[in-house]
Design a protein around this ligand. Structure first.
Ligand code: PA5
Length: 480
């Protein structure tokens, strides 16, 4: 059996996260590929200006996500729910998508044991968690087949209360609960998290007397993991949400300090400079820990939906952007790395590492007679993974490939809260550096409108007509 690492005393906040950007410098990369002393001098000014602007917007109440780490009210509500869920339910199922789902999945995977859902109930102590994002009939159908509705609590989460995927799931579950347990029991199995006033979901919840939690106005989906959106389901499956918020509080306090030493601002400015000065338009976000794999999905949405804008706030076209893509170390060393090392040079790699893993799994000192294996014995798997991360970072740098590392001292509620909030602030800072609005997502509307048109939603027939226009001509270009 693997040894458990001894519990450490409460972490000092300054140990929570380190940002190492040695491998972005000209010194490390050479041939004009890295950031020079001049670039760093420019960065100083960028940071100062961005800090002034972001502070002004925050003080003006335009960035309410920055106040979330200190919301004590929500903690009270979710603690009550957690007690209830622990006593009464075996399963918590989240119905939500995008910002209403990704943060919950990321934190759950980071902070509950990776086999949480597979453990027998005596060993688990808390309900299982399933986050249903997609409306794939095979995935959702399989879930429905395996669920015992009597022991399942559903949390339908939609800020707008209108998202087709989530509302379809809600309608299916409502119908199933009604048929199986009876209409009067639905409210005992359903929590609705949505806008405090607007939307059809809020209206239905009020009409039917469902328990509700609010998504604070002004907090967009991808910035909402520390609202009821993430905190309620996470508390119900045993995540220490109090410490998660404490870590985020620390990150928020740090983000308000002077920008030159500020991890959120420096992360944003470095990536901005690599994009603007070095044409590095892709950011490979690569955790080296299975528990952090879904943080890459969460970050991908945050970065891409916030920063992929074609018009600047001054009305000029925006020609700069950095697309976040995900990879997982060490797995993707055996799949993607060749391309990062020798392929086209538009990438910066951001490693997300863990210095102390929660488990130590020793590699036994056997097969000593085989030089190809003997060197492994006596190490442990965490060491192997970290040497691989460090070796890969160095190899990329020696090949002139820029990379930086975010390092968590350990994965804990505090450090995850710190990491997520820091990356949210970095995203807003990046928006300012690019001169775009990081809080909207106008580009996703048209595809939704075509879907509504195709499904026959009232008021969207023009999109149906537009979609079908010239369809026979387009068929020429389909091979069967
Ligand atoms: O970040 C966002 O705003 C989006 O990803 C939304 O979270 C997503 O579209 C789901 O929206 P809603 O919560 O309104 O159902």
């Amino acid at each position: 059996m693997p040894d458990k690492v001894k519990k450490t005393p409460k972490e000092e906040s300054d140990e929570l996260l380190t940002l190492d950007y040695n491998n972005l410098t000209e010194e490390a990369l050479g041939n004009g590929k890295g950031l020079s002393a001049d670039d760093f001098a420019r960065m100083k000014q960028l940071l100062t200006d961005a800090h002034k602007e972001v502070e002004a917007r925050y003080k003006n109440g335009e960035l309410p996500f920055m106040d979330l780490p200190r919301d004590q009210e929500i903690l009270k509500s979710v603690r009550k729910l957690a007690d209830m869920a622990r006593k009464k339910f075996e399963n918590v199922v989240v119905l939500g998508i995008g910002g209403s789902a990704l943060g919950t999945s990321a934190v759950f995977q980071a902070l509950r044991p990776l086999n949480h859902n597979d453990l027998q109930s005596q060993k688990r102590a808390w309900p299982r968690l399933t986050v249903c994002e997609n409306v794939d009939p095979e995935g959702f159908g399989a879930l429905l087949e395996g669920l015992d509705l009597k022991t399942t609590y559903f949390n339908v989460i939609s800020k707008s209360g209108a998202t087709a995927e989530t509302m379809s799931q809600f309608m299916i579950i409502y119908d199933q609960l009604q048929r199986t347990l009876g209409r009067s029991s639905i409210k005992d199995h359903l929590l609705v998290t949505t806008d405090p006033e607007k939307g059809v979901l809020r209206k239905i919840a009020v009409d039917m007397g469902f328990q509700t939690l609010p998504v604070p106005p002004g907090v967009g989906g991808r910035f909402s993991v520390l609202t009821a959106v993430g905190l309620a389901p996470l508390a119900m499956v045993g995540v220490n949400v109090t410490e998660l918020l404490l870590g985020a509080q620390k990150a928020q306090d740090d983000a308000r300090r002077q920008p030159q030493q500020n991890k959120a601002y420096v992360f944003a400015a470095l990536n901005h400079l690599m994009t603007r000065e070095k044409k590095r338009n892709i950011l490979v976000f690569m955790p080296y820990a299975d528990s952090l794999a879904r943080v890459a999905d969460w970050f991908g949405q945050l970065w891409n939906e916030s920063l992929g804008k074609n018009v600047r706030l001054d009305g000029q076209p925006n020609l700069l952007a950095q697309t976040a893509v995900k990879a997982l170390g060490a797995t993707d060393q055996h799949s993607q790395l060749q391309m990062y090392m020798e392929g086209t040079e538009e990438k910066t790699v951001c490693f997300l590492g863990v210095e102390n893993f929660r488990h130590v799994v020793p590699i036994p000192s056997i097969f000593k007679e085989h030089g190809e294996l003997a060197y492994l014995g006596g190490h442990n798997l965490g060491e192997l993974l970290n040497f691989e991360r460090r070796g890969t970072a160095r190899a990329l740098a020696e090949n002139g490939r820029p990379n930086l590392s975010l390092l968590l001292s350990r994965v804990s509620p505090m450090s995850i809260g710190y990491l997520l909030h820091t990356l949210e602030v970095a995203t807003v800072v990046s928006g300012h550096l690019y001169g775009i609005d990081p809080l909207n997502q106008p580009g996703v509307e048209l595809s939704k409108n075509f879907t509504y048109g195709l499904l026959g939603r009232d008021g969207y027939s023009a999109f149906n007509e537009r979609f079908n226009k010239g369809l026979s001509q387009k068929k020429k270009y389909i091979l069967k």
